[in-house]
Design a protein around this ligand. Structure first.
Ligand code: ADP
Length: 198
């Protein structure tokens, strides 16, 4: 079974693309959602977060996301510490999930695939690419944020062009290229690759 990564900047449409793959019967692991869940449930991870960020990181045993965000988004070093704590746990959880799946290939969807070194555990990476202005418009609508808020989030991620250069396949989600035919073509290619790898 091949392990395929799916990444792209915030608002590029990677969750949308992942859902299309799901309709084709491909299992998809949503790494960012899983990481949020793990921070609430994994005892060792919780211990590490409290050790580094204090007991205020949890309120009634639930992660205090706004408190943690206010720390890590103001201080790059703190963000690196948080990532170094969470990434090994999330990679472990993803690998456990992968071991239970069946099919020609699985997809792991994550915003920070390269940043978290998760790409090293994958056979190929798909990048979803969208023009910056469109990404900003989509996230403003989806998350009810101002343009400045969205820009701040984008600035914290790896440069989009650099990210796409490192991907093996690119899906263009730019309102002029249809998404579904691109996903269908890639699915066909990946199934052929998976058969060849067996
Ligand atoms: P990401 O997961 O990369 O942050 P999403 O897949 O959530 O991005 O897409 C951001 C927003 O834009 C969502 O509300 C989504 O429904 C919308 N969107 C993405 N791609 C398209 C598209 N091709 N057509 C219409 N809406 C789209």
């Amino acid at each position: 079974m091949l392990k395929i990564g799916l990444t792209g900047g915030i608002g590029s449409g990677k969750s949308t693309v992942a859902k299309i793959f799901e309709t084709l019967g491909i299992p998809v692991y949503y790494a960012d959602d899983a990481a949020k869940e793990l921070m609430n449930t994994d005892a060792e991870l919780k211990k590490q977060i409290i050790k580094n960020f204090g007991t205020a990181a949890y309120t009634n045993h639930k992660l205090n996301r706004s408190y943690l965000a206010s720390i890590v988004f103001a201080d790059k070093q703190k963000l690196e510490i948080l990532n170094s704590i969470t990434h090994p746990a999330t990679i472990r959880a993803a690998n456990e999930w992968i071991a239970e799946q069946k099919g020609p290939y699985i997809i792991k969807e994550a915003a920070l695939l390269f940043e978290s070194d998760a790409h090293k555990h994958l056979d190929a990476i798909i990048g979803v690419s969208s023009p910056l202005a469109l990404r900003i418009k989509r996230v403003m609508q989806r998350d009810n944020l101002t343009e400045a808020d969205v820009q701040k989030r984008i600035n914290r991620q790896m440069d989009e062009a650099e990210k796409m250069r490192r991907c093996d396949y690119i899906i263009h989600n730019d309102e002029s290229t249809l998404l579904i035919p691109q996903v269908l073509a890639l699915d066909k290619k990946l199934r052929t690759m998976a058969t060849a790898a067996m």
